[in-house]
Design a protein around this ligand. Sequence first.
Ligand SMILES: [Fe+2]
Length: 311
Amino acid sequence: MSHVNATRLSQVNFRAPDLDQMQNFLTEFGLLLGSRDAQVLRMSGHGDSDCIHLTELGEPAFVGFGLEVADDDALDHLAFKTGKKVDDTKHKRTLFLCDPNGYEIAVTAESPETRTPSEHSAPKINYPNVTNRISETMRRLSGPSHVLRLGHVVLNVASFRESESWYKSHFGFLTSDEIELEPGVSVGAFMRLNIGNTATDHHSLFLLEAPGDASFNHAAFEVSDVDDLMVGHDHLRQNGREHSWGVGRHILGSQVFDYWKDPWGHELEHFSDGDRFVASNRPNVATLDDLLGVQWGDIHPLMRAAEEIEL
Ligand SMILES: [Fe+2]
């Protein structure tokens, strides 16, 4: 085995000084309590009991994220390749790596036997020529969205090419869309998992070389459907949570999106109906306008600011 591919983005890891506040926010955001002790809060999605958002008690910070590889052999191979030791003292055997920006990547082996696929029934939507719902009403209960899983992580990185090369060589990521500032000048890329012919998200990781130090940009969680996203939007607004962008439909990735901030300003996204690709899809080159633009809905705060300056 010469190459190891990541097979799943498993969780995002933060530090925060108040686990009660974090739990309250994440509950309103649509996650469920997995487990909690004095030091660590683990939140899961509605699909299964896996932790998808972890907070350790401490100064507010983004720590890193978790990736899974196919099995223990792949994990051991990656450990050999990186010259690191797998930590056997954790709940799951974990290989801790440090990316070029200083973020901790916690690598574990897939454990499909412990994860039951989420039961998700598609909403019955009526269209002009397709009747999926007859003699039934549509009633969506108010309350939090139903977060099903973690979809992607976005990092502002010091050097796009250095980070891209690290993630591709360690985990086999594939480029879906590379962003050019101008022809020949690339500043980032949406990258997906290489899991062969199995459909996977347009991106599980997006790296963007932005001015300033490397920093966390956002993490995105998939909700049941677009109605569920809108119901959750109302719920977060009614609870006075800080909104940052949305609702709209992205161009690259096509998701319907809605961005919020946790109590320490870390941005979390709800999304629904994103594109899914397979390994054989060719990479595409896109522009900054494609990145920040929308198919419909709220325009990006940076574009709004630029429009206001022009007025
Ligand atoms: Fe996103």
